[in-house]
Write a protein that binds this ligand. Structure first.
Ligand code: NAD
Length: 483
């Protein structure tokens, strides 16, 4: 069994100050397959932050052209190992190798960041003044396990594109994906200290990062509860905080919609990654006149998933990440059964024929009322709550009656009505009739789903400070107009 003991600090694999380790359990076999250091401490964080601080002076002055070359080398080194990462994610967190987007998605994001800085106005002109956008400094990048490579890649590549240095902390449930990223960055020749990785627990390493006075900015993705703690701790040293948090996103299916399309899409999107996606449309609002029709399609589509070994290319739903997540989802399903909505698919326990692995039955509750727990809390598993509504006003108010505001979805044959709903939804990203998202438009949430946005130009600006420089009107005249 391989042991992964080290952090990656200042360009070197560095033993932790305390030698604790824990086994990593394969969620399909339920057997340990590796051990990993848990011993990240505040001392290790300090070492990594200081390395990033030392590297910042030099790296923040590296030209945009050289940063583009560096990103190209990272892309090349990532592309060489894309199959390795797909297999690693299958073993570490149960993501099926067939969910190719988990492995290949990061490439598109890296290319988008590279292309963006080629033309981005780091220096511009406003009212005769030079406005500079400068790298903010040392960034702490804290990630969850559900997109264990893509989420940290987006953070790291935009931080690097901006000219920042960083300390990344992967989830304790997906440390190997974090180690993989450090290997890619090292192989691509990222200078020592620019990218550092500290393994360990959120309550220790994450908390030391959010409180460290030499960290200028935190980009955190994870649960709303942990995000609140990060925000509180970061406030004491006035850091910029970007939070991408939980969701309970609603898909409003209007009375005139193509209900079959909406239902099949909802199941595919909600149960992708075994429901462990922040933007999952986990509430589906259906006009009461079309409820039975919708349920028929939903149940049919849910039955099409092939659950099994995530390494088998024909598997379309793997196990959930670990025992704790399995138990939490089972509690939600049991609680919902007690609250009384109609269970139309799935339910408690493992699916038939699977006697090991943290598998959850694709589960659908119909006749859910908006005040039930299953309609309000993020389950983070393959569980859908279908809520009836009587009129459009009620649909919009149910959709917005949530502490979250991450994603929103609307299906209608009437584009005008669809757009009115898209405008009325209090959510950071809204898709009409199942439209795909892309990697250059901002992603983030309203309300308790977060602060700030990632990806594209607005995502890059999370890693930049703005400086107005007066007295250089002549030089400013040659710069592009501020935008
Ligand atoms: P989590 O909050 O438990 O952990 C996320 C990260 O935060 C981990 O690295 C963890 O170690 C760290 N952490 C935990 N407590 C901390 C603390 N006190 N201080 C600093 N860091 C701390 O979340 P998770 O279970 O890993 O991921 C699932 C959650 O992430 C879900 O709520 C999901 O919606 C959310 N998520 C959101 C987005 C988005 O873009 N909005 C994307 C993916 C996941």
């Amino acid at each position: 069994m391989k042991h992964h003991p080290d952090h990656f600090i200042d360009g070197r694999w560095t033993p932790p100050s305390d030698d604790g380790s824990k086994p990593l359990v394969d969620p399909f076999t339920q057997a340990p397959f590796a051990t990993v250091a848990t011993g990240g401490s505040a001392a290790d964080v300090d070492l990594a932050v200081r390395a990033a601080r030392r590297a910042f002076d030099g790296f923040s002055r590296v030209s945009v052209a050289d940063r583009i070359t560096l990103i190209d080398r990272i892309i090349a080194s990532y592309e060489r190992r894309v199959d390795d990462i797909a297999h690693l994610m299958a073993q570490e967190v149960g993501i099926p190798v067939s969910a190719r987007a988990q492995a290949t998605g990061p490439i598109g994001h890296m290319k988008a960041a590279r292309d963006l800085i080629a033309t981005y106005p780091f220096e511009s002109r406003l009212a005769g003044t030079i406005v500079r956008r400068e790298p903010i400094g040392v960034c702490a990048l804290i990630s969850p396990w559900n997109w264990p490579v893509q989420t940290p890649v987006i953070k790291a590549i935009y931080a690097l594109a901006a000219g920042c240095t960083m300390v990344a902390k992967p989830s304790e449930a997906s440390p190997l994906s974090g180690i993989f990223l450090a290997e890619i960055f090292a192989e691509a020749g990222v200078p020592p200290g620019v990218f550092n990785l500290v393994l360990g627990r959120g309550s220790v390493v994450g908390s030391a990062l959010s409180g460290h006075p030499e960290v200028d900015m935190i980009s955190f993705t994870g649960s709303t509860g942990a995000g609140i703690k990060v925000g509180e701790s970061a406030a004491r040293s006035v850091k910029r905080v970007s939070l991408e948090l939980g969701g309970k996103s609603a898909n409003i299916v209007l009375e005139d919609a193509d209900v079959e399309k909406a239902a099949r899409w909802n199941i595919k999107r909600c149960f992708f990654n075994a429901g462990q996606s922040c933007h999952a449309p986990s509430r589906m609002l259906v006009h009461e006149s079309r409820m039975e029709e919708a349920i028929g399609y939903l149940v049919d589509e849910a039955s099409a998933f092939k659950l099994g070994d995530p390494r088998d290319p024909t598997t379309t739903m793997g196990p959930v990440v670990n025992e704790a997540q399995f138990a939490s989802i089972q509690r939600y399903i049991g609680g919902a059964i007690d609250e009384g909505p109609r269970l139309v698919s799935g339910g408690l326990g493992r699916p038939d024929g699977l006697d090991r692995g943290y598998f959850v039955k694709p589960t659908i509750f119909a006749d859910v009322s908006p005040d039930m727990t299953i309609a309000r809390e993020e389950v983070f598993g393959p569980v859908l709550a279908v809520i009836p509504y009587a009129n459009e006003g009620e649909a919009l108010s149910i959709a917005n009656d949530s502490p979250f505001g991450l994603g929103g979805y609307v299906f209608s044959e009437d584009r005008k009505k669809g757009y009115a709903f898209a405008s009325g939804l209090r959510a950071g990203r809204v898709c009409y009739n199942g439209e795909e998202t892309n990697s250059v438009t901002p992603m983030g949430g309203y309300k308790q789903s977060g602060i700030g946005r990632s990806m594209g130009r607005i995502g890059l600006e999370e890693y930049l400070e703005i400086k107005s420089v007066y007295g250089f009107e002549e030089e400013a005249a040659h710069l592009p107009e501020f935008s």
